[in-house]
Design a protein. Structure first.
Length: 248
């Protein structure tokens, strides 16, 4: 009976971990066309119950696979020319900072525009910040120039310096919606302008590899089906055992 219960428990745990992976892969594929989107990936571990740890036979029935957590791949996406002067891309480590109702957010999705109030903003309507935490006012009728260091200019005059920041530790970044991150002020540091440049008239594509993600999606789906089959077998074995006990 213990072996049958272990089969059911292991299959259930495997199903749960594969379901989490399927959700993650589906979200990556859905956002593969979103500028600046960073792919999420998972890492697995095993759950070892107290009973298994104390058992003399190894307690393999209580060693179950789980998705311990997920991490974000921050690798560089491809920079595509757009000829739109309000499209900005970052080459190297770093983030733009935008003001949202929930507080400052970091992003690499630099498809910006001029708001009705005359401020530089994201497609979601969040004002892009300068290094002093203020909005960046621009005249929509005047050409805009953005230097590699992030200085915004109009009519040959400096208007504002983009707030370009980086995380002291990647683990402190928390995803917030489509292509935004939350990061506390204490965990920020200025972006290294010697290692990062602002590219005007370009956008950074998502770093999701659609073909690779699709292959993984199919593989995990097949694993999910096999685990469902194992769960069915375990249930049938348990039912048969109960019926046999009832006969006795």
């Amino acid at each position: 009976m213990a072996v049958m219960d272990s089969l059911t428990a292991a299959a259930s745990s495997g199903l749960r971990s594969r379901l989490e992976t399927l959700d993650l892969l589906a979200n990556n594929i859905a956002n593969s066309g979103s500028p600046g989107f960073k792919a999420d990936k998972e890492f697995y571990n095993i759950y070892l119950s107290a009973e298994a740890a104390d058992s003399t036979d190894g307690g393999i029935g209580a060693v179950l696979p789980v998705v311990e957590g997920q991490w974000t791949d921050l690798s560089q996406g491809v920079l595509n020319p757009t000829a739109n002067p309000f499209d900005l891309a970052l080459s190297g480590r770093g983030f733009f900072v935008a003001s949202s109702p929930s507080g400052p957010l970091l992003t690499r999705g630099g498809t910006f525009r001029i708001s009705s109030r005359g401020n530089l903003e994201t497609q979601e309507g969040f004002a892009v910040q300068d290094r002093n935490g203020k909005n960046i006012p621009l005249d929509n009728a005047v050409a805009v120039e953005v230097t590699n260091e992030g200085m915004v200019r109009q009519n040959g005059q400096d208007v504002a310096q983009l707030d370009l920041v980086d995380a002291k530790s990647d683990s402190s970044l928390r995803k917030h919606g489509l292509n935004y991150f939350e990061l506390s002020v204490s965990d920020r540091k200025p972006a290294d302008l010697g290692q990062m440049t602002v590219q005007q008239g370009k956008t950074e594509t998502s770093n999701v590899q659609p073909a690779e993600s699709a292959v993984r999606l199919i593989s995990v789906s097949r694993q999910f089906e096999m685990l469902q089959h194992a769960l069915t077998i375990g249930g049938d074995m348990n039912q048969k055992a109960v019926e046999e006990v009832a006969k006795v």
